[in-house]
Write a protein that binds this ligand. Structure first.
Ligand code: SF4
Ligand code: FES
Length: 365
């Protein structure tokens, strides 16, 4: 008899879903989607062993499981904690979580330069997005920020070590996608840095993917450096018959000119299919590609701004009353509260409505 997968019920921010046993809280939240999904700066679903380094994905577990409903005393990394039957989790509904995320962002920014105006990653940088949501206006840090020796990563990849948050994603890419890893995290603690062993250029066929997985601007595309801002470019899905990879890419065009080629990314900012260096760095003519159509930028980002140029969107009621912001979480009040039962017609109640009005027997026709 085929093994039946166990299904667990888990509740995240008052939303209950069923997921397979072995699913992490983060992946369970992703299957709900929206604002309940914790941010993830180091976890990458396609890279084995990733996660557990940055602590941006912390959540509060208020009930461990049906068998042991005690809350977990500390916040847990949702990318590394699996769901249990009956687990209850708080993400954005927990003040502790929001406070912890603010703290983690403050720590990540201790050594990160605020050079977004000249950084090629600006507009698609996960730390930039996170800082807008959780960052403070000022810094409490009074010491000198880290500086590093320059390491040459070859003709295609630029390393800005001061921007690195040591998420290890690029190390996992080199380990899992290329034949030989030539870079890694050297030293420990405050001295840790991404570096090549003996200044080797990285020239493996798939090493360009480190650029796409880097959540910040520490690893950028040298062939695109300072050429344009991403929000001025038009992303287009395109493909070619490539003997090395799937050949499915996003072209970043301005007019007919291809400024850069990247892998396609999903709504979590993760690469859908890895691409080879030839597709990424050598095929920079529109004629090299079969264009499929405009890329849908689903991740909330400044890049999507470009899609609205010249169009008039209908006025959204909620952002209008929230100073232009979208609600972080939209809940149907009736699923979490018995107040304002839709079956009770308030206009028919004489006098002010009290809790008695909402008793079962009092419901009106
Ligand atoms: S260079 Fe980028 S991908 Fe590599 S560890 Fe640093 S932040 Fe992560
Ligand atoms: S995404 Fe979970 S610890 Fe970094």
């Amino acid at each position: 008899m085929a093994d039946e997968k166990k299904i667990f019920k888990v509740t995240i921010d008052n939303i209950t879903i069923e997921v397979e046993a072995g699913t992490s809280i983060l992946q369970a939240a992703r299957s709900i989607g929206g604002d309940v999904v914790p941010p993830a700066m180091c976890y990458y679903s396609k890279l084995q062993g990733s996660g557990g380094k940055c602590r941006t994905c912390l959540v509060e577990v208020t009930a461990g499981s049906t068998a042991d409903p005690r809350p977990m005393p500390k916040l847990v990394a949702s990318c590394r904690t699996n769901v249990m039957e009956g687990m209850v989790v708080k993400s954005i509904t927990s003040e502790r979580v929001i406070d912890a995320r603010n703290g983690v962002v403050e720590f990540l920014l201790i050594n990160h330069p605020l050079d977004c105006p000249i950084c090629d990653q600006a507009g698609e940088c996960h730390l930039q997005d996170l800082s807008y949501e959780h960052g403070k206006e000022g810094t409490r840090y009074e010491f000198q920020r880290r500086t590093f020796e320059k390491h040459d990563l070859g003709p295609y990849i630029q390393l800005h070590m001061t921007r690195c948050i040591l998420c290890y994603r690029c190390v996992f890419v080199a380990d899992q996608l290329t034949e030989k890893r030539e870079h890694g995290v050297l030293d420990r603690g405050d001295h840790s840095e991404i570096a090549t062993y003996i200044e080797k250029a990285l020239h493996n066929d798939f090493i360009g993917n480190v650029i796409d997985v880097c959540p910040v601007g520490a690893l950028t595309d040298r062939t695109f450096r300072f050429k344009n801002r991403v929000w001025f470019l038009k992303p287009m899905d395109a493909h070619r018959d490539c003997p090395k990879c799937s050949g499915k890419v996003t072209l970043w065009n301005r007019g007919d000119e291809v400024y850069r080629v990247t892998a396609r990314k999903n709504q979590w900012g993760e690469v859908e299919e890895w691409i080879c260096n030839d597709c990424r760095f050598q095929k920079k003519k529109t004629s090299d590609w079969i264009i499929e159509g405009p890329t849908v930028v689903s991740r909330h980002s400044v890049i999507s701004q470009g899609h609205y140029v010249g169009t008039v969107n209908p006025k959204e009621f909620l952002p209008a009353v929230m100073g232009g912001r979208n609600p972080r979480l939209l809940m149907d009040i009736h699923t979490v509260s018995e107040v304002n039962d839709p079956e009770i017609q308030l206009s028919k109640i004489e006098g002010p409505a009290t809790s008695d009005v909402f008793g079962e027997e009092e419901k009106q026709e």
